[in-house]
Design a protein around this ligand. Structure first.
Ligand code: 5GP
Length: 239
């Protein structure tokens, strides 16, 4: 499958048309951004790592009954996937308090939440991705009705129920993550975008070390080594 016209360039990926109107190609870039684009850098090989990690996780989720946009891994930096009209909601799933949850609500970093929290953020850089409640989502017409919001929550919890024990067996604590969904040509809701250390937080279960984009956000260094570790653990034997 050949890359056609460039359709869109985001912060971490470029999106290309293909000869099939129902399929697109994503190119995973080496660019790193944080704080709504205010902090920028490049890390050679980061795009390829996220492409491979996402492909493995999409395959795992699909095999466990989560519909995803993934079709195939094309090469180091390219993934073939179904075309989906994106739902402009970032679905955030949290098992442990950190990041904006700790900052906004004063919950001590590292507190294990009494139940898995699912939140919605508006996917809107100009507004700084503000928090949404269900009524906001309906007023903004981000979904057709309340039942679609319930479906997003159910799918997000299902993803967590699959990934959390999967990573635990690999010695990684799945702290929180962000999902994006879209609708295919038939209107079915699919998990889209990527699932990688760019949009998940992983803490090593033994050392507590951060193995995700917080290494860049917090200036800790060693980002590529951490992403390589995540891929190695995915591809390797369970602990
Ligand atoms: P927080 O709201 O604490 O900053 O982020 C919660 C989780 O969602 C983290 O795993 C973070 O990586 C992910 N996340 C939230 N918003 C974004 C975003 O705009 N881009 C990316 N790549 N990840 C996000």
């Amino acid at each position: 499958m050949q890359k056609g016209a460039l359709l869109y360039e985001g912060k971490a990926k470029r999106l290309y048309a293909t000869e099939d109107a129902n399929l697109l190609i994503s190119e995973f870039k080496d660019d790193l951004t944080a704080f709504n684009g205010a902090k920028k850098a490049q890390e050679q090989g980061k795009g390829a790592l996220n492409n491979k990690i996402s492909a493995e996780l999409f395959k795992l989720l699909e095999a466990n009954g989560v519909p995803t946009h993934f079709v195939s891994l094309l090469d180091e930096n390219h993934m073939l996937h179904k075309k989906a009209k994106m739902i402009m909601i970032e679905v955030i799933v949290r098992n442990i308090a950190t990041g904006s949850l700790s900052k906004n609500l004063g919950i001590t970093e590292g507190t294990v939440l009494p139940f898995t929290l699912v939140e919605f953020d508006y996917k809107n850089d100009a507004l700084g991705d503000p928090k949404l409640n269900d009524q906001h989502c309906l007023i903004l017409n981000l979904v057709q009705d309340q039942s679609e919001l319930e479906m997003l929550r159910t799918l997000a919890r299902k993803v967590n129920d699959i990934l959390r024990p999967y990573f635990a067996k690999k010695g990684l604590n799945l702290v929180d993550f962000k999902l994006e969904f879209g609708r295919d040509a038939q209107g079915n809701i699919l998990l889209a975008d990527e699932i990688s250390p760019d949009n998940c937080r992983f803490w090593d279960m033994t050392t507590g070390e951060k193995m995700d984009k917080d290494r860049f956000r917090q200036g800790l260094g060693g980002l590529k080594v951490a992403y390589e570790q995540v891929l190695e653990r995915i591809m390797g034997e369970d602990k």
